[in-house]
Design a protein around this ligand. Structure first.
Ligand code: ACO
Length: 337
């Protein structure tokens, strides 16, 4: 079964509740309509109900009437969620009045619904910047126990029959969030990426933490960081099949691994590639995508206590539809279903 067929079936079986804070964004509304029509999730749209219904009518989206609509201007809604935001942020010095103001912001309101247990995940970013989508999630949802850093992975869907990865899939991380991770942060990114490999790609992770050095072939502070991250990742998850520091070829080409890293538990068959910083990760995924004819799905945000995913502002309804399905699957994975 193709990856998205599998993810779609899993979403349908373990129905989740997804909140879309950009309820008045036409591509979002179109994707929401199809999710409801395909019976894949319960959708909450944030926005003025009359405006959402008028847009749905104009776009001929008949299923939107089955969505739950939450009005961010409704003071009863603010009464319900602002105290939660105040509790979460009072140590940062915010007042209840400031908490109420922030709760009117749909990106925060959606995250607060998830935090309160009224939704299972959020998808936004068709009309908001990555920074704004992430900041709301960082402040409200926070990280899963044992992880303090949120990062972003891409599922790299390789051409059929590829000799790389597993089931024609590689996971790349972090390609989206943490500009210059410390060694402990890099270790957490590796463990989170392994979880993404299991929960979303359905593959047993074999994790390589990458460098320009393989097993001491070069000396540098940057190499030391990767060596330390590898040790820390082993401590975080002793059962994980993981190795570093490895060059990319020693990670994914068995013959190169055999000569450069003969004792590597990966044997040149890594399926999760962890990059030493965001510059490398972001550039690598874009080059592989463009030069290799590889489909890049993501970024899938990993490390949050409940899933929130960010869209590109240039996205199409189909991208939003797929991101909702991925978000459902992350929620299902986090609940251990
Ligand atoms: N994980 C968890 N929490 C975080 C993280 C993180 N990675 N980064 C920041 N936080 C928390 C902070 O601890 C802080 O919490 P607090 O307010 O409770 O103390 C809060 O979030 C705000 O922290 P700031 O340092 O103010 O974060 P800032 O808002 O400056 O930056 C951001 C966060 C926007 C994500 C920044 O790291 C960033 O811009 N990253 C790059 C994003 C990007 O442009 N990616 C490339 C494009 S995406 C693509 O190509 C697919």
């Amino acid at each position: 079964m193709e990856l998205f067929e599998h993810l779609t079936e899993r979403a349908r079986t373990h129905r989740q509740r997804i909140v879309l804070p950009e309820g008045l964004e036409p591509r979002t509304l179109t994707a929401a309509d199809k999710i409801i029509a395909d019976n894949l999730a319960d959708i909450t749209l944030i926005g003025a109900p009359a405006d959402i219904m008028a847009m749905a009518k104009e776009l001929k989206l008949d299923n939107i009437q089955k969505a739950n609509i939450v009005d961010p201007a409704d003071e009863e809604v603010i009464d319900r969620y602002a105290p939660l935001f105040y509790e979460l942020r009072k140590s940062k010095g915010i007042t209840m009045e400031e908490a109420r103001l922030t709760t009117h912001n749909p990106l925060y309101l959606g995250c607060l619904m998830v935090k309160a247990g009224d939704a299972d995940g959020q998808v936004a970013g068709a009309m908001n910047t990555t920074g704004n989508v992430l900041r709301a999630a960082f402040q409200v949802i926070k990280t899963v126990p044992g992880i303090s850093v949120v990062s972003g992975a891409f599922l790299m869907l390789l051409p059929k029959g590829s000799k790389f990865g597993t089931n024609d899939t590689l996971i790349f991380a972090d390609c989206a969030v943490v500009p210059e991770p410390t060694a402990p942060e890099l270790a957490q990114i590796a463990v989170s990426a392994a979880r993404t490999a299991r929960d979303i790609a359905g593959i047993e992770p074999r994790v390589a933490i990458l460098s320009f050095s393989t097993k001491g072939s070069a000396k540098s502070d940057r190499v030391d960081k990767v060596i330390e991250a590898t040790e820390l990742a082993h401590q975080l998850d002793p059962n994980l099949i993981l190795d570093g520091e490895l060059q990319a070829d020693a990670a994914i080409v068995p013959s190169v691994a055999n000569s450069k890293a003969p004792n590597s538990p990966l044997s040149g068959r890594a399926n999760v590639l962890v990059f030493p910083n965001l510059e490398v990760g972001n550039i690598a995924y874009k080059l592989v995508q463009r030069l290799g004819g590889v489909q890049a799905v993501g970024p899938v945000l990993q490390g949050l206590a409940a899933p929130v995913n960010d869209l590109s502002r240039g996205c199409f309804p189909e991208d939003i539809y797929k991101t909702i399905i991925i978000t459902c699957n992350q929620a299902i994975g986090l609940k251990g279903l």
